[in-house]
Design a protein around this ligand. Sequence first.
Ligand SMILES: [Zn+2]
Ligand SMILES: [Zn+2]
Length: 191
Amino acid sequence: MTDILGPAMPFLKLAGQLCVVFYVVFHLSLIFWVVRDAQRRGAMAWFWGVATLFFGVLTWVVYMVVRPPETLDDAHERELEIAARESEMQRVGATCPHCFKPIESDYLICPTCMKQLKKPCTNCGRPVKSSWSVCPYCKTRQVVGERVAEAPNVAAPAPVESFADAAAHAETLAGANTPKKKKAAPANSEA
Ligand SMILES: [Zn+2]
Ligand SMILES: [Zn+2]
């Protein structure tokens, strides 16, 4: 056996040594890579380094499965992005509840989708939310649920109408309750 391999022996020895060198370099590179990656992702770098030293590729496979999905830089960048977006939202202010486009707080209608946002106060004309029953600027009571365009027009004649209605109602009530009076009235007119 040794006789057959005799001439090839130095070559095989060299090949074996090269394999060992290659394995050591590969192993050290793997440890280096795992430790650095674990550091970047905030994982336990020393633990993964030691584990890779002992178990090599097996540790690398496990590490690739359980490592944190994003690096610390990525996480930091994402946090910055979220903070920037939040500050942008605060700078822009409110958004339209219908189309989510940015609006100013004193808009009566959304300029994009034309939906009603607020109505003008019946007294001072400043923007008042439909759900508010009182104007926060001048303390005037608001007609809750009234449409914005109708609110100012209706507000003026409303008391007259309601007064007239009340008078008519009172009259009918009086007529119903006291028929004598009703009978008396025609009698007077006849006389
Ligand atoms: Zn809109
Ligand atoms: Zn007002």
